[in-house]
Write a protein that binds this ligand. Sequence first.
Ligand SMILES: C[S@@+](CC[C@H](N)C(=O)[O-])C[C@H]1O[C@@H](n2cnc3c(N)ncnc32)[C@H](O)[C@@H]1O
Length: 350
Amino acid sequence: MTGSTATRPSEPAGPRSEPQVLGLLERALSASCAASLRAAVKLGLADALGDGPATADALARTVGADPDALRRLLRSLTCHQVFAEDPEGRFVPTETSRLLRTGTPDSLDQLVLWMTEPWTWELWGRLDESVRTGEDVFVGLHGREFFDQVHSAWPESAAVFDRAMTQASVQSARAVAEAVPLSGARTVADIGGGQGCLLAALLEHHPGLRGVLFDRPDVLAGADARLHGDGALAGRARLVAGDCREAVPAGIDAYVFKNVLGMNDEDAVVVLRNVVRTARPGTRVIIVENLVDDGPGQRFSTGMDLRMLLTVGGRKHTRRSLLDLVERAGLTVRDVRPVNTYQHLIEATA
Ligand SMILES: C[S@@+](CC[C@H](N)C(=O)[O-])C[C@H]1O[C@@H](n2cnc3c(N)ncnc32)[C@H](O)[C@@H]1O
């Protein structure tokens, strides 16, 4: 057989190079990096270090750790460029370690905890099963759907999740709020809107707009203080608890879905069909997602994609797979455009 499609014999294997071997083994041991980051957050290392420098012994006293074990943890994190070491062997912060501090506007500490929650480790060990079946392994392991289990059995994890989603949203809320096309809309509903960081930004950006934050009841219990009670935006906001696979609020001019449609495809189509069923024809549907095939951070998004397969049988969408869902649900796609370097906005109508 000739031609470019013919299978060619593979090149004879050359000698294994040390960097190749080490590179592979480092990747195989990358759980240690994730675990070290988690330990750094749990121990409060970035806060304890402050602007540094500090010795491992001093840090061990501050955080209540074994000095030798802590030195080894810091050494590992320094190898991963999380902390740095000065010529005297003391540890100093880096731009990365500063992101692990608690309570700062750019903190990612809750996201690190969410990525590394103890129950995640067992799931990763079963990735081959998910790849064989194309389905999650979560329900088989825990007997309940992911969000039901997290909220009913692991309330601390649920709280970490909600704070993590808010941390992720805070960074982009203003850019997304400016990008969402709401001219002429009087009401917007953020479906699966989490604690309402984006809805608050939308209401701040559009002073005449009223908004509905729609999510699970236990998520709404921790909603952004601006949106309820004496909050500055409470007069224009309504918190509505429910399952968007069953129904979405009616009487809305624009529905927003940000990082929600990664649930399994069948459910995502049901959710969007609920909008088609409920909304007036022509109602705007705005979807904001990180696309797995467009944007920087492919190692992160491909990793999240697999994690979503394991947990909910879902995915991080490609541009095509997301458009397919939207069209299968009966929506008409009007535009697809980037919001920033890592998020895209799909504008559709019911
Ligand atoms: C990945 S988070 C995104 C949160 C928020 N939109 C953001 O971008 O920060 C997914 C959200 O969808 C909510 N959610 C998932 N399934 C849902 C359902 N069936 N009904 C209502 N909300 C749901 C979750 O509780 C969570 O708040």
